[in-house]
Structures are given as structure tokens and as C-alpha cells.
Design a protein around this ligand. Structure first.
Ligand SMILES: [Cu+2]
Length: 236
């Protein structure tokens, strides 16, 4: 009886500790001047979906005021070993609009649905090209305004590339993460990783071209902070 009660209290304490959580917030800044994003020359069908004379480019570097860097994937690199997490039932949506993938960079939990929509009046061909073994490559035509396509990846993979075989400028990158503690930086470079359990972590920030950086963060009762500076790589 005594033992049972003790076990009960221990379990309660463990779950309380796990429930007790705070956010990790921060900002990513780019150091240096990045190369210009490559301009896109759309075909007439896609071009007609944009204002006349609109300048469209592949958004490799999205840099805001003071070097604020968007589309950086930030996640807890370690500190969660041995823990498992439920997969959200709701999927993450990528829309094809004006012959661009929106958003360009996103993130899901491994096993979570990625929904790809075609809001355009033209045919797209959705072609994910995973690089991690066990994540299947697919290649599916999608008629205008047809049903959303669904993709699921079981294995973590950063910047898993989706391309369109009809429109060679169309790319999207999805970060498939092992657990729910991640974020993608916004236009102002900021991010929030929500409800992180108390603990000591390594937080890593990764950009497709500007590389990565990491730092140690402790999450207690108060929110943790992690600001990152990434560097424009030296020209080759
Ligand atoms: Cu397309």
C-alpha cells in the first residue's frame, strides 16, 4: 500500500514536471550581404496569375530589417532522448498559388500529414524528393482545384525538397522533425518554440544556404531565449 502510494506520487511528480513548460523565443539575424535571389521567368499561364511586370524570384534569402532572417528551421537538437510524442492529427498545408509554393519553408512532426493544395487554374506536378532512406519519393499530377494531396514521412529529414515538374522554378522545403519542439523563423526573424518541458537543451538554427548555429538553453519556470547569427557563406 505504502509503495503504491509512493509510486503514485512519483508518477504525479514526473507528469507535473513534464507538464510544467515554457517557451523558447528568439531571433535569427543574417550577417553579411546575401547574393540576390534568382529571378523567375514564368510561362504565360503562370505569369497571367501575377500583376503585369511583377518581379518574382526564388526566395532563397528572405532578409528583413537589420538582417532579420526568415525561413530558418529552429529545433531542439538534444535533450529529449527516450521521449515519445503524439503526432498531431491535423496536417500542415502547403498551397500552390500563382505557381509558387506557399510557404516556401515549413515544418511538420514525423508522421504528420503534409497537405498540398492546388489553388491555381493550371496543372501542377507535386514531386517530393526526400534524401533520407525510408522516406518515399512520389510524383503526382494535380489538376486545378482538385483534392489536396497527402504526404507523410516517418523519418526526420531537414529541408525535404518538393518540386514541380511542370514549373522548374517551383520549390518548397519541409522540415520533418522527430518531436514537436521546433519553429520556422518569420519575416522579422523571430520564432517561438512553444511549451517546452523543463530541461537543458541544445537548440539549433539551420538555414538552407547560411548554415547552422547552436546554443545551450535551459528551460525552467521562465521562458528561455536563444538568438542566433548566421553568416552568408563565402562566394565560391
Ligand atoms: Cu507547378
Amino acid at each position: 500500500m505504502k509503495l503504491n502510494r509512493w509510486l503514485g506520487l512519483a508518477a504525479l511528480a514526473a507528469s507535473v514536471q513534464f507538464i510544467s513548460a515554457a517557451d523558447i523565443t528568439g531571433k535569427v539575424t543574417l550577417n553579411g550581404t546575401p547574393p540576390a535571389n534568382p529571378p523567375v521567368k514564368m510561362d504565360p499561364g503562370c505569369g497571367a496569375l501575377h500583376a503585369a511586370g511583377a518581379q518574382i524570384s526564388v526566395p532563397i534569402y528572405k532578409v528583413g530589417d537589420g538582417g532579420a532572417l526568415a525561413d530558418v528551421f529552429i529545433y531542439l537538437k538534444d535533450g529529449l532522448t527516450g521521449k515519445t510524442f503524439p503526432v498531431p492529427a491535423e496536417g500542415v498545408l502547403i498551397d500552390q498559388k500563382g505557381c509558387e509554393y506557399m510557404p516556401y519553408v515549413s515544418a511538420v512532426q514525423a508522421g504528420q500529414k503534409i497537405l498540398v493544395r492546388n489553388s491555381d487554374p493550371v496543372l501542377h506536378n507535386v514531386h517530393p524528393q526526400p534524401a533520407v532512406a525510408g522516406n518515399p519519393e512520389k510524383n503526382l499530377a494535380q489538376l486545378p482545384k482538385s483534392k489536396d494531396l497527402e504526404f507523410v514521412y516517418s523519418n526526420p529529414e531537414q529541408f525535404l525538397r518538393f518540386k514541380c515538374d511542370v514549373h522548374p522554378w517551383m520549390f518548397a522545403y519541409v522540415n520533418v522533425n522527430a518531436h514537436p519542439y521546433y519553429a520556422v523563423s518569420g519575416k522579422d526573424g523571430t520564432f517561438t518554440i512553444k511549451n517546452v518541458p523543463k530541461g537543458d537543451y541544445t537548440v539549433e538554427a539551420v538555414h538552407r544556404r547560411a548554415g547552422k548555429a547552436e546554443q545551450k538553453v535551459t528551460v525552467g519556470d521562465a521562458n528561455g531565449t536563444a538568438n542566433f547569427t548566421l553568416n552568408v557563406p563565402a562566394a565560391k
